[in-house]
Design a protein around this ligand. Structure first.
Ligand code: AGP
Length: 612
């Protein structure tokens, strides 16, 4: 939550800062701001409430433009302390505006630090926790410290999770930045250098990066990047190259990132399978580096969409590997005094690799002796550094706040893990494994077919939601976690109350919600689950429900109970969750756009939840 960016270089400062912020806007869009050094001895700050376009307008309207600025920092905010307002927008300044600060995270001891500053006569302009950093820096700069010295000292005083960047009017051409828990990377250029909360922000400008680790800071000028601990000890670290295509973060003709990312799902699955399915029909997960044969129990920890992927993982792991699997919401697991030992494999799933609760759950898992496997989409993210092994989903950057392509890639990664566990524990016969691998190879094509076959029916399905006051998503077996995910997609981007339920639970309460203004989205897979879902859905129809059925095209009984059918190709069970998911993502998109909403940036949310 919140994105920070920094730049030291030549004439393209404003371009870099604004483009960086645009690519970080998914991390928060309550307000945005810049602080720049337009010349020696001066700082200028510009802040606006609302999405980045408000700041863009202010930059464009600024009398005379900025010209060449020596250095700058920028921020896009997801409010934690203090409502979204111009006073609470970053950057915050101290020392009569001679030092400016941007911050992602929470300073947990800000109240105590603020009291101390107020006792020393400092006046505060905002309700934020961040402003203390600006004043603490100003005090030290006034006392004669350099920006880097002052910064290291102040960072050591802070408690909590944070990534901070600062500039001073008195040290032109220098940006300092440091972090604890919250992410920060330095981008390397020629005659210019960059920093940001995430690699995607800078892909249009550089592909070479250096990580800043916990309790470290970077002193960045146009010709040098110096890493050191907060205490001052120098740090040496090799840069790394990122091969993501900058076009991956462009819209490429799609109206929004959500549509683009939905359509990228076949490729996301292909890339996640690439190199992990051998010619011999076996799965190869040797990259994980964890001996899976000794696993006696699996615990999946994750939040939101990743948690729903975990529920599907349980289904496949128990089926193929015959080990018990628990799936826990990370924010609950972290405080649950968990039980574990080296026979426990904790699978932590996080697209971003930086979700605070999931990282804390990883810590808790390690604390009780379990081994941790991270499934993430973000190479080099915090979770990859904490886990014992890593399995990357390879979808490329996901910009839309609502997760789509990363969900299907997580399900595929869990499928691979389940098969590999089954093989190493000898619970899955080679022949059956080859069959399953063959089925998984079909997934990209079948998901493509699902996208195509649903496209023409969305108008009609969305019409059922026009007057809706709530909605229910029903499924059984593998379709149940998909129902949860479908309901989450709808509620987060259309703001319409939506609940996912196991269809068999309807008579235990939720059926009371049913009337013609509570549409039902029913997921029909195959086998016993399909049959049972059918009877449960018939019961809702008898009570006035209008049904959107996601079903195989030849499923006449499902079509018979539905007002609208979203047809998906008939596929083997391994890939049923993937093809059932696509129509729900597309339906949520349609309902939200019909309501005139911004699907990429739903209200109150941010892509990475880096605070508790
Ligand atoms: C889903 O659309 C949301 N973006 C959200 O539930 C998300 O899946 C959750 O916050 C977990 O994020 P992570 O995968 O980056 O840890």
């Amino acid at each position: 939550m919140c994105g920070i960016v920094g730049y030291v270089g030549g004439s393209r400062s404003i371009e870099v800062l604004m483009e960086g912020l645009q690519r970080l806007e998914y991390r928060g869009y309550d307000s945005a701001g810049l602080a720049v050094q337009p010349g020696e001895g001066r700082l200028e700050v510009l802040r606006r409430v609302g999405p980045l376009r408000e700041l863009e307008r202010a930059v464009a309207e600024r009398n005379g433009g900025f010209g060449e600025v020596l250095a700058g920092i920028g921020h896009t905010r997801w409010a934690t302390h203090g409502r979204p307002s111009e006073e609470n927008a970053h950057p915050h300044v101290g020392g009569d505006g001679r030092v400016a600060v941007v911050h992602n995270g929470i300073v947990e001891n800000h109240a105590e630090l603020r009291k101390g500053l107020e006792r020393r006569g400092v006046g505060f302009r905002s309700e934020t926790d961040t402003e203390v950093i600006a004043h603490l820096l100003a005090e030290r700069l006034e006392g004669g410290a350099s920006l880097a010295e002052a910064f290291g000292e102040v960072m050591e005083m802070l408690e909590g999770a944070f990534a901070v960047a600062a500039i001073s009017a008195d040290e032109p051409g220098t940006v300092v930045a440091g972090r604890r828990q919250s992410p920060l990377v330095v981008g390397l250029g020629e005659g210019e250098n960059f920093l940001a909360s995430g690699v995607p922000a800078l892909l249009g400008f550089t592909h070479r990066f250096v990580l800043v680790e916990n309790d470290e800071m970077a002193v960045v000028t146009r010709s040098s990047v110096e890493l050191r601990r907060f205490g001052g000890e120098p740090v040496e670290r090799e840069p790394f190259e990122v091969d993501w295509d900058p076009e991956a973060v462009e819209l490429g003709g799609f109206p929004d990132y959500m549509s683009k990312e939905i359509h990228e799902q076949p490729q996301a699955i292909r890339a996640t399978l690439d190199g992990r399915l051998g010619e011999d029909g076996m799965v190869d997960l040797s990259e994980v580096g964890i001996d899976l044969s000794g696993v006696e129990r699996v615990v999946v920890v994750a939040c939101g969409t990743a948690y729903h992927a975990g529920l599907l993982g349980k289904y496949f792991i128990e089926r193929y590997a015959r080990v018990p699997v628990e799936v826990a919401v990370a924010s609950e697991y972290r405080y649950s005094d968990p039980v574990g030992d080296p026979g426990t494999l904790v699978v932590a799933i996080s697209q971003s690799g930086e979700t605070t609760d999931t990282l804390a759950a990883v810590d808790a898992a390690k604390g009780c002796g379990a081994r941790v496997l991270a499934i993430t989409n973000t190479r080099g993210s915090l979770i990859t550094r904490e886990a014992d092994g890593v399995l990357l989903t390879r979808t490329g950057p996901e910009i839309c706040v609502a997760a789509t392509k990363t969900f299907v890639a997580q399900v595929v990664a869990l499928d691979l893990l389940a098969m590999e566990l089954g093989r190493s524990r000898e619970t899955l016969a080679e022949e059956r494994l080859r069959e399953l691998v063959g089925e998984l190879r079909l997934a990209p094509e079948r998901v493509q077919e699902a996208i195509e076959s649903v496209s023409g029916r969305l108008d009609e399905a969305s019409a059922l939601f026009e007057e809706a006051r709530c909605s229910l998503f029903l499924g059984r077996g593998v379709a149940y976690p998909v129902a949860l995910e479908g309901a989450l997609k709808l509620k987060e981007i259309s703001y319409l109350p939506a609940e996912g339920y196991p269809a068999g639970e309807m008579k235990h309460g939720p059926i009371a919600l049913i009337d013609e203004r509570c549409p039902v989205v029913a997921l029909f897979g195959s086998g016993i689950h399909r049959e049972k879902t059918l009877s449960n859905v018939q019961e809702t129809v008898a009570r006035g429900a209008r049904v959107v059925a996601v079903a195989f095209p030849d499923d006449e009984e499902a079509s018979g109970v539905a007002s609208v059918v979203l047809p998906v190709p008939r596929v083997p069970e391994t890939i049923v969750p993937l093809v059932l998911t696509v129509p729900l993502q597309m339906l949520a998109h349609e309902v939200a756009t019909d309501r005139g909403l911004d699907v990429d940036k739903p209200r109150n949310l941010a892509k990475s939840v880096t605070v508790e």
